[in-house]
Design a protein around this ligand. Sequence first.
Ligand code: GSH
Length: 197
Amino acid sequence: MKLYYVPKTRSNRPRWLLEELGVPYELIRLDATKGDTHTAAHLARHPLGHVPVLETNDGLLFESAAIVLQLADLHGKLIPAVGTHERGLVYQWLFFAMTELEPQCTIFFREKVVAKTPGSEAALKAKEKIGEAVRVLDAQLANREWLVPSGFSAADIVVGSVAWWANRMGAVENAPNVVAYVERIAKRPAYQRAVAD
Ligand SMILES: N[C@@H](CCC(=O)N[C@@H](CS)C(=O)NCC(=O)O)C(=O)O
């Protein structure tokens, strides 16, 4: 199995899961600054020229959260059984991260980090929305280490990555449980291996 990958991007998510699972994979590093993600070969893998892309004998798969879910299912680990309430909770938190939190992080990143306008109307609005979503996570994490009752799961990989990003950009305030969660994540050996290079 091959994972098309650019360091310090959303492609860390499936790499982190693969490290947690301890299964072999081939990491295909692309350099987006050199146009590697927009070659004809890569556009045939992902029509928008994005990473991650997973390639297996069954075919190609893109979207980081979809790849994380599929890999967890394929290996029967870090994901509750289909049809259980806990499985529903994994979907809930994963979609929450991808639809409520991550789009606001993307706006905040573009305003604060790329355009260097952290005080713009768009930046302040995004930060407010991030704060609303982060407070929901903070309440959920008040009495638990990981998002679902059975323990560390695929949901933590996706939510944890987005929460880590929000915290890194200075958009997490008054959410001590989320900060502690991000710190727990950073201590996981599989996470450290996935972001090492
Ligand atoms: N929703 C997609 C977003 C993928 C995406 O935006 N990837 C960015 C990196 S985080 C990318 O490939 N950028 C390289 C480029 O556009 O050339 C996912 O979660 O996989």
